[in-house]
Design a protein around this ligand. Structure first.
Ligand SMILES: [Zn+2]
Length: 111
């Protein structure tokens, strides 16, 4: 049983054995560091009626769409509470998302 997460930049899908809201991950396809959202978010975003979407919606990254939709109350996602099921594994940050890699952490390191 795996869960699918989608790259906000290119739509590449990664499977993981655990279920969380999102994974912060460097995409193996487009090499962008981003928030891979659980695919359950995508069906909610796609269910938003066209007339409720802002102009430029199609050009927005998926994580931007999600933030907009939550801010405008178009979808209801509890981003801070626990999800229904948890499996062991992964490193969870304070919001209980999985951070697999963050390129930004290395930016300020002295070489
Ligand atoms: Zn990608």
């Amino acid at each position: 049983m795996t869960e699918s997460y989608t790259c906000p930049q290119c739509g590449h899908t990664e499977d993981r054995p655990y279920r969380v809201r999102l994974i912060i991950l460097t995409c193996p396809v487009c090499d962008e560091n981003g928030q891979f959202l659980h695919t359950s978010f995508h069906s909610q975003l796609e269910a938003i009626p066209k007339d409720a979407r802002p102009s430029g919606w199609e050009e927005m990254a998926v994580d931007e769409q999600m933030q907009y939709a939550i801010r405008e109350g178009l979808i209801e996602i509890d981003l801070t509470g626990p999800m229904e099921e948890w499996t062991q594994g992964g490193n969870y940050d304070s919001n209980q998302n999985v951070i697999e890699s963050i390129q930004f952490l290395h930016v300020y390191k002295n070489s």
